[in-house]
Design a protein around this ligand. Structure first.
Ligand code: SAH
Length: 358
């Protein structure tokens, strides 16, 4: 059941302010706030009760005043490759997804920033129903903590990718507030170099990100080498255009020094031809950039298909010979609908086939 108790503020929305206001009011020493943060970010506490070095009365008082979790786990799936995915039901009944990916030496989480998405990319499950609302900072931090709690005690989160549901740059203030707790030493202590924000490419927001004191890695979802095709695949492009996006990306690189990533979802017979690869090569050659080619993860009800291995290799070959750095992303967790928005959709349709875990 969704947690409908909205009378108490969500601790994770403004962690420091809530804890210091509480400590001041109760006359509790400042180290109590530090203890709570340690329990949340380091010791992965499940609830207030678990914070056993705080006196029982203080724990009860905190619980009465502040909500620790606002979301409930509606579904928890796990794939053979170690990928785990949570479908969370928020206090107002909205649903979002977030994923834990396990790779040699890496524990990466993929988090959402909105319920639904307003960008309307034609191949993506998240945008099919439009955007419902932005997530609060607390709801973004909560995903990080819920996913961290899936780790074994000896495992540590190493990377964050903001590639779940929604357009992160359309909810930038709250995302940046949440990422502070990902980065800070008294938070998850994950360096900004290991945090990637993926965007459809909104130039004014990219410029804002460049002015921010922390420079996160930026990934831009390009998906097409020319405006005619990109307008069809990524409808918001009609008002923006590839040139403006590349100019903003170049400014971000000049200021941050962080190498850019361009994402390119390969759709069979749509954007995967040799002519597309050549055009993309000309567009990006000379830039300090990496092209992340993503094989399409089919979405029920949509007409797009994953290209054959031969087409994919040909695409890679042309890009590489144009001098562009290319990485082909492996599909992880596709059997559990781990691509963004898919689990929520199949849940909405009442047809989840993934192995039940919880
Ligand atoms: N809105 C942001 C972040 C969310 S999507 C953005 O556009 O970047 C993260 C990435 O997954 C994007 O590159 C998106 O285009 C891609 N994606 C969406 N649906 C997909 C699918 N079915 N298969 C493969 N990649 C997909």
């Amino acid at each position: 059941m969704p947690n409908s108790d909205s009378t108490r503020p969500h601790l994770l929305d403004s962690l420091d302010e809530s804890l210091s206001a509480w400590a001041a009011e109760r006359g509790a020493p400042a180290y109590r706030a530090r203890q709570v943060k340690k329990w949340l970010f380091e010791k992965r506490a499940a609830d207030w009760e678990a914070m056993t070095d705080l006196p029982k009365a203080l724990r009860a008082d905190l619980a009465e005043r502040l909500r620790l979790w606002t979301a409930t786990i509606a579904k928890h799936t796990r794939a053979e490759d170690g990928t785990e995915k949570l479908l969370l039901t928020l206090a107002d009944g909205g649903q979002i997804e977030c994923v834990l990916l396990r790779d040699v030496g890496r524990r990466t989480i993929c988090i959402s920033t909105q319920v639904g998405c307003g960008m309307g990319c034609v191949f993506c499950a998240s945008g099919l129903g439009g955007v419902e609302r932005n997530l609060s900072a607390g709801e973004i931090v909560e995903q990080m903590l819920q996913l961290q709690r899936l780790l074994a005690p000896e495992e540590r989160l190493s990377h964050i990718v903001v590639m779940g549901m929604g357009e992160p740059l359309a909810n930038l203030d709250r995302l940046l507030a949440a990422l502070e707790y990902a980065r800070r030493r008294d938070g998850l202590a994950i360096s900004s170099r290991r945090i990637t924000i993926s965007t459809v490419g909104l130039p004014p927001a990219i410029d804002r990100l460049a002015r921010h004191e922390q420079h996160y890695r930026l990934a831009i979802s390009l998906h097409a080498p020319n405006d005619e095709l990109r307008n069809r695949l990524v409808p918001v492009n009609k008002n923006i255009g590839i040139d403006a996006i590349l100019a903003a990306a170049d400014r971000y690189f000049a200021i941050s020094g962080r190498r850019l990533t361009f994402e390119y979802v390969l759709l069979a017979d749509v954007n995967d031809g040799p002519e597309h690869a050549r055009q993309l090569g000309r567009l990006l050659a000379g830039r300090e950039a990496l092209v992340n080619v993503i094989p399409y993860n089919p979405v029920a009800g949509l007409p797009y298909r994953t290209p054959t291995a031969e087409r994919r290799e040909a695409f890679r070959g042309i890009l590489e010979s144009a001098g562009v750095r290319v990485k082909f992303r492996h599909r992880k967790g596709s059997r559990i609908d781990a691509a963004c928005g898919q689990l929520r959709r199949s849940q909405l349709a009442g047809s989840v086939q993934a192995a039940d875990f919880a």
